[in-house]
Design a protein around this ligand. Structure first.
Ligand code: MN
Length: 428
């Protein structure tokens, strides 16, 4: 079924610069505040203009669309909206598409309403758009798992015996997920500098990023009730860029036998806008063929990967940004739908506002590896930045920036994510 708000021929009466990540075909969801009104409230965006969804609702633009019992957009997160489910997510996005269509001047000509609804992005602050109840991190890139396996176990045992049979994941920590622009403090912890020696305590020396994509869920099913793979898309609201900061030395010493802990939970950064799965449907593409065949509850048909271009930059303190990675979500071996079906197959429930991240997204070529661990091959092949400085891992003062967009063929129209950035501060 074609989603009419995705029509590439649409244009808006709100100006959208050429090549913007946020044309009227995107209409992502976020939370913003502005200088006059510091109260965080839900928003969308076209070009560089933020659209106040709380004001739109108060002024009656969602009447007969959203439940009348209680306002949906009056709080500081999108969670009440996420609870409503896909038909209403889709209807609200369609209403926004209609209101801001170039052929519709009803709101355009109401200057009093426009003053309450539209805000220049440059005057706004963007906030974490959801209250994240639970966060799960997967390990869904075959190339990433293989690279890490080769480094730590050798080429013959690179993939663990379970890897081709299930999407490996672990429960992460939601409290330390922060919105783009929030600085990240270099963590301290235990690490073993040499095999067989007792550990030392201090600032991590091997601070890394992980290029990931996360999806945000709607309200799932009751505890004890799986979400099957055919219905998984109904529970996926949208996607965000996700930097899963990682302290490799802390991680290496602590991770056996229960998995990552303090090497991961000191901070993860997300982009501020949630791009809906609906807006990304035109960019579905085939995921890698799965061989051996997976168990029936993980089998699917159709194109379930997404063709989203991803890039990573390092910007040293006071310097210029250097692109160090170019990857794509289409390389992921396990799809979001498989992740969700696997996560709930035992009856584990998900809630509106949960976040499920892909794991590091590495592609087949060395410049497409999604972490410093792989890009510098454990520090043995340092990267050179545009100012001539070398990096094996992330230095204090570095800002790591990730960007992502999907692109319609032909006309250059982009459905973008903006960026997720974070600056590393020295350890305390
Ligand atoms: Mn990760």
């Amino acid at each position: 079924m074609a989603i009419s708000s995705n029509n590439p021929a649409l244009s808006s009466w709100i100006p959208a610069p050429e090549g913007t990540d946020f044309p009227i075909q995107n209409l992502p969801f976020g939370v913003f505040s502005d200088a006059q009104n510091p109260r965080p409230r839900p928003a969308s965006i076209i070009g560089n203009t933020v659209i106040d969804l709380c004001a739109l609702e108060e002024l009656g633009y969602f009447t007969n669309l959203l439940p009348a019992a209680a306002p949906v957009f009056s709080g500081s997160t999108l969670n009440p909206f996420l609870q409503l489910g896909k038909p209403l997510w889709r209807a609200v996005r369609q209403r926004l598409s209609d209101l801001f269509n170039a052929d519709n001047d009803a709101l355009k000509n109401n200057t009093a309403h426009c003053a309450k609804i539209l805000f220049p992005l440059e005057n706004c602050s963007l906030h974490l758009p959801v209250h994240i109840g639970d966060y799960t991190d997967f390990y869904s890139s075959r190339e990433h798992a293989t690279n890490v396996g080769i480094m730590f176990r050798g080429a013959d045992n690179a993939l663990m015996p379970n890897w081709l049979h299930l999407p490996v994941g672990y429960h992460g920590r939601s409290s330390s997920i922060v919105v783009s622009g929030t600085p990240i403090r270099r963590p301290k912890g235990q690490m073993q500098l040499q095999d067989g020696q007792p550990p030392v305590f201090g600032p991590s020396r091997l601070l890394d990023f992980e290029l990931e994509m996360a999806f945000v869920t709607g309200q799932g099913k009751p505890l004890g009730t799986p979400i099957n793979i055919e219905e998984a898309d109904d529970f996926i609201f949208g996607l965000m860029l996700f930097n899963d900061w990682s302290a490799r030395d802390i991680q290496k010493w602590e991770y056996q036998p229960l998995g990552p802990f303090l090497g991961k939970n000191f901070g993860s950064s997300v982009s501020p806008w949630i791009v809906t799965l609906d807006a990304l449907e035109p960019f579905r593409t085939a995921a890698p063929v799965q061989e051996p065949a997976v168990l029936p509850y993980l089998q699917y048909s159709g194109n379930k990967a997404l063709n989203i271009n991803l890039s990573v930059f390092i910007q040293p303190e006071g310097g210029a940004a250097t692109q160090i990675c170019s990857s794509n979500t289409k390389y992921l071996y396990w799809t979001m739908e498989q992740q969700l079906a696997h996560h709930t197959v035992n009856g584990c429930n998900i809630n509106a506002g949960d976040m499920l991240a892909s794991g590091t997204i590495s592609g087949p070529t060395p410049n497409s590896f999604g972490s410093m661990l792989e890009l510098t091959w454990r520090g043995t092949k340092p990267l050179t930045l545009s100012d001539g400085a070398e990096r094996k891992f992330i230095a204090d003062g570095d800002t790591v920036i990730m960007k992502g967009y999907a692109q319609y063929p032909g006309n250059g129209l982009r459905i973008g994510f903006g960026e997720v950035s974070g600056k590393v501060l020295p350890a305390l």
